[in-house]
Design a protein around this ligand. Structure first.
Ligand code: FAD
Length: 343
């Protein structure tokens, strides 16, 4: 059995990392335990923050509140880490059909969307025109690795896979499970119904991309901040994806999905591109991408932070702050997000 700690956090993905920082900033005693797997949902996530999404050009759920929490959070973490991992980006939406143009024509004057539009109409883009939104990109792998290193320097990180029953018996005031999809097998939170989805993503080497712009047309393409290798000045690295599969929930990349992503990439960016990596992981989806947080209804020592779905980069800071305020100050959890009200 491990040493006593106030808060034991099981899992250092986007959920556990944000919760750990929020508790550390409140002066609490924290230990973060993570299995250290090479491929996890958070490590391979594209990190896109897009306020308006999908074929229906829908405004993201509570997007203004989420952004209002995310921006200052990533700025404060950048100070902690001595490097910023969240970058403002333009998201260029390229329309593919007359129907999409028609939907956008009805939606673009909606006052709620105005603050998110950088340019409402770009007739020169593609065959059907496009538009530009204000969005962002989180370098998820870089942010997680730098946070882990910072936790290690503080002596509050331990690489280990902890059995949930063993973790539940830890000499801690609270044990908060931030396990991503592995949390679907947790014995004490077994009433939660999951709708997880596997996603596959390609990392490519190419050229000719606008480094400040994410392209989106069914599939998206995001240039990476990291420079290309030595002697490779003109080359750029980028990522493209991602697929959804609700049936086969494993981390194995498939040839069929790769072929589809390569076809989509060729339509989005006609320059030559080589695939550098092809990865897959399972997104922890519970209710769309609306996280559940809070304490177990009976075993009050045990907490839960999961269900970030496809929106971990944008939503994790908001829910981490709310959960930390609850754990430390007893602040209420909004009913919609409270794991106790969903049992
Ligand atoms: C292909 C793909 C693309 C995506 N693109 C985006 C995107 O563009 N934008 C966006 O916002 N989101 C995106 N996502 C979703 C995003 O990745 C998730 O919302 C996020 O990863 C969820 O984070 P998490 O911390 O809840 O879970 P995870 O990332 O799964 O982290 C859980 C951690 O807990 C550890 N763990 C689990 N059980 C134990 C245990 N018993 N002991 C110790 N450690 C344990 C795991 O090893 C892991 O490190 C994408 C996901 C995928 C798969």
């Amino acid at each position: 059995m491990g040493s006593a700690v106030e808060f034991l956090i099981v899992g250092q993905g986007l959920a556990g990392t944000a919760l750990a920082w929020e508790l550390i900033w409140r002066g609490r005693d924290v230990l973060v335990v993570d299995a250290g797997e090479a491929v996890t949902s958070s490590k391979i996530a594209a990190g896109l923050v897009t306020p308006i999404t999908g074929q229906r050009l829908a405004l993201g759920w509570r997007v203004d509140e989420m952004l209002a929490a995310a921006r200052p959070y990533y700025e404060r973490v950048a100070v902690e880490l001595g490097a910023g991992f969240f970058h403002d980006r333009i998201v260029r939406r390229i329309f593919r059909t007359a129907a999409e143009v028609e939907v956008w024509g009805r939606r673009r004057d909606d006052p709620a969307r105005q603050a998110h539009i950088a340019c409402g109409w770009r007739p020169e883009v593609g065959a059907w025109g496009g538009c530009d939104f204000h969005g962002g990109h989180l370098d998820c792998a870089g942010y997680l690795a730098a946070s882990r290193a910072a936790f290690e320097r503080r002596g509050c990180f331990w690489q280990a896979e902890l059995d949930p029953e063993e973790a539940s018996a830890w000499p801690a005031r609270r044990v908060i499970f931030c396990q991503g999809f592995a949390g679907s097998r947790h014995p004490f939170f077994s009433w939660i119904s999951w709708r997880a989805a596997k996603g596959e993503i390609l990392t490519i080497r190419t050229s000719g991309l606008d480094a400040g712009m994410i392209l989106s047309a069914g599939q998206w393409l995001v240039p990476l901040e990291a420079p290309a290798g030595p002697g490779d000045a003109a080359a750029q690295w980028a990522r493209t994806g991602s697929s959804y599969d609700w049936e086969t929930l494993d981390n194995r990349p498939t040839a069929e999905v790769r072929a589809g992503l390569e076809r989509g990439l060729a339509a989005l960016h006609p320059e030559p591109a080589g695939v550098v990596a092809h990865q897959a992981a399972v997104r922890p989806i519970i209710r769309e991408s609306r996280a559940l947080i809070g304490l177990h209804p009976v075993r009050e020592k045990l907490g839960f932070f999961n269900g970030l779905g496809s929106k971990g980069s944008l939503h994790a800071p908001f829910f981490a702050r709310q959960l930390a305020a609850h754990l430390v100050d007893g602040a209420p959890i909004e009913p919609e997000a409270d794991v106790r009200r969903n049992c």
